[in-house]
Design a protein. Structure first.
Length: 288
């Protein structure tokens, strides 16, 4: 029997299937191989660029590839982050640090930080996948142009995931941790797959089922590494202040470096997404 390959995620389905068994995309429309190749050329899909990312079977399958991708592409990541966070950090350093910090200001700063994250994530995913596809880093403008259409759904999905996780943490800590692990793949699902923001949450929950302990292990180790890096950077900036050197570019640079280090978790979410999809390709179930 002839098989049908999904143009959205690359999964091989039975020809009788009307929709993809993995991502739910419509398989009924006939698409030529030339059209499929053209689609892949401009729209990176993680199903096609997995040479650097193994199937996810344990914490090391998340830690190693994440560290490798981040280290190998640190300059590219830094440029993508800098474009968005530099104006934000300059504003915080020059204006907000002089203001009285009430709850409204803190909420506003948190909201701006989340906006920065939503703007950066699709562009960063695109850039990393493009490097894996072609070996050539895309331009910053190209990466942000590609991610522009992904922002609305990503923003809604990320906000819903944050609300549910926060409720879980407020009510009981353990449920909040479980929810956060279940929604670890919300960002790559929202960026790469069709469907609504709510479907992105459901899809992330299904994909992470059976892998959450391993995801927790990988996240914990990388979070410690991020903390060490941030402590070194913030500590170095603090030494200048202790010696009577108060120069705002130093504080801004320290905060930007901290923002760059924080992208390790963004890279981890991409690595986990690709790795878990590869377990599907190898016939392993990710749904309990």
């Amino acid at each position: 029997m002839t098989n049908a390959t999904c143009i959205q995620c690359g999964t091989v389905n039975l020809v009788a299937d009307e929709s993809c068994t993995v991502c739910g995309s419509d398989l009924r429309s006939e698409i030529s191989e030339a059209d499929r190749a053209a689609h892949r050329a401009w729209d990176p899909n993680p199903r096609f660029f997995t040479d650097d990312i193994p199937p996810f079977t344990g914490p090391s399958d998340g830690i190693g590839p994440t560290f490798h991708l981040f280290r190998k592409n640190v300059w590219l990541i830094a440029k993508i982050v800098f474009v968005i966070v530099a104006p934000f950090e300059v504003f915080k350093t020059l204006s907000v640090h002089q203001a009285v910090r009430d709850w409204q200001l803190l909420v506003g700063l948190f909201a701006l930080d989340r906006v920065c994250d939503v703007l950066i994530t699709p562009a960063l995913f695109y850039a990393l996948l493009k490097v894996m596809q072609t070996g050539v880093a895309p331009g910053i403008n190209e990466a942000y142009r590609w991610g522009l259409s992904k922002i609305p759904k990503l923003a809604v999905a990320s906000f819903l995931a944050w609300i549910l996780t926060s409720l879980g943490l407020v009510l009981l800590v353990i449920p909040g941790i479980i929810i956060s692990l279940g929604f670890m793949l919300v960002t790559p699902v929202a960026v790469f797959e069709n469907g609504s923001a709510v479907n992105a949450l459901r899809r992330s929950w299904a994909l992470t089922s059976g892998h959450r302990w391993n995801i927790l292990g990988a996240t914990f180790v990388l979070a410690i590494l991020i903390w060490i890096g941030n402590a070194a950077v913030i500590g170095a900036a603090g030494l200048f202040r202790l010696n009577g050197i108060s120069f705002w570019p130093i504080d801004v640079t320290a905060q930007i470096l901290a923002d760059i280090f924080a992208r390790v978790i963004t890279v981890l979410s991409l690595v986990l997404y690709v790795g878990i999809l590869r377990t599907l390709e190898s016939g392993q179930s990710v749904i309990e």
